[in-house]
Design a protein around this ligand. Structure first.
Ligand code: PAF
Length: 281
């Protein structure tokens, strides 16, 4: 595995590998890698010849009151994990090479980014789309792999690739869960033991939604009320949102008469956790 820190060097390496006919697959991350990230690297391995993993805690996707400084980092551990997974290139740029002091161009999405996480994190997706567009231009991947836990992010990135004609195949990896069902997330680290136990209600509420749907229920408010009952009845979690939206355009729906994304964000102390399921596929 080689580690490259400078965007120009990374781009030159990507051009060289492409000229050799290699198929490049990118797994963008913000580091502090867990089994969820590693599963994406394994998917990448099956999709190409050269796996590039990027580690960059992207400041532009954090709001002013958010956890940029506190966001966990452990480069040495991440490096070892990447090596074990057979990553070929670790791209680890410094902030000053990714954002020049007078940066003035960003990628904005105007529809899918408005609801769900966009309601409380109004500048978040602009930061995500901008950094991923930059990573695509620097790493020149044929394909890129993203996790399904960040459901809105994944749909927005697919929309960016479509609307801006990026020649990148978008691949997604299923949510990886702890053995008790909690979706893996870097932010799980913020949970106290009690919050960690309570956070299981997220998976339980999604299980209930799936059971309701399997039993023939199609009314969104009935399903969401039942989910809310599970969360508020068994935890001190503060619901940021609990929503059923059209799986493609993320518009709110009343009835599950097409594939529907059931998505939630709930705060437990310092941690804001996301989880989701898709009904009606
Ligand atoms: O999902 C993440 O970890 C980040 O949002 C991403 C896609 C690496 C962009 O910084």
């Amino acid at each position: 595995m080689i580690t490259i820190q400078h965007p120009e060097q990374m781009q030159a390496k990507a051009i060289e590998l492409r000229q050799q006919g290699k198929r490049l697959v990118l797994v963008p991350t913000m580091g502090f890698l867990h089994e969820g990230h590693l599963s994406l690297m394994r998917i990448a391995r099956q999709r190409g010849d050269v796996i590039i993993t990027s580690i960059f805690v992207n400041p532009s996707q954090f709001g002013p009151q958010e956890d940029l400084e506190a966001y966990p980092r452990d480069f040495e551990q991440d490096e070892g994990l990447c090596r074990n997974e057979g990553v070929d290139i670790l791209f680890y740029p410094g902030i000053e090479t990714m954002y020049l002091p007078d940066v003035s161009v960003y990628v904005d999405e105007t529809l899918l980014s408005r609801g769900l996480c966009g309601l409380t994190r109004p500048t978040h997706f602009r930061g995500v789309l901008t950094i991923v567009a930059k990573l695509f231009n620097i790493c020149l991947p044929h394909a890129a792999v993203f996790g399904e836990k960040d459901a809105q992010q994944l749909r927005l990135l697919r929309r960016m690739v479509r609307d801006l004609n990026f020649p990148v195949e978008m691949v997604s990896g299923p949510i990886v869960r702890e053995s008790d069902g909690l979706a893996m997330s870097t932010r799980n680290k913020y949970l106290t033991d009690n919050e960690r136990r309570e956070a299981l209600c997220l998976r339980h509420s999604l299980d209930l939604a799936e059971e309701c749907y399997a039993g023939g229920e199609r009314d969104v408010s009935t399903i969401l009320d039942a989910m809310q009952g599970v969360i508020t009845g068994s935890s001190s979690g503060v619901i940021d949102y609990l929503a059923a939206v059209d799986d493609e355009n993320l518009e709110a729906i009343d009835t599950i008469d097409r594939p529907a994304l059931i998505a939630l964000a709930v705060r437990f102390g310092e941690a804001r956790l996301l989880d989701n399921t898709v009904l009606g596929l």
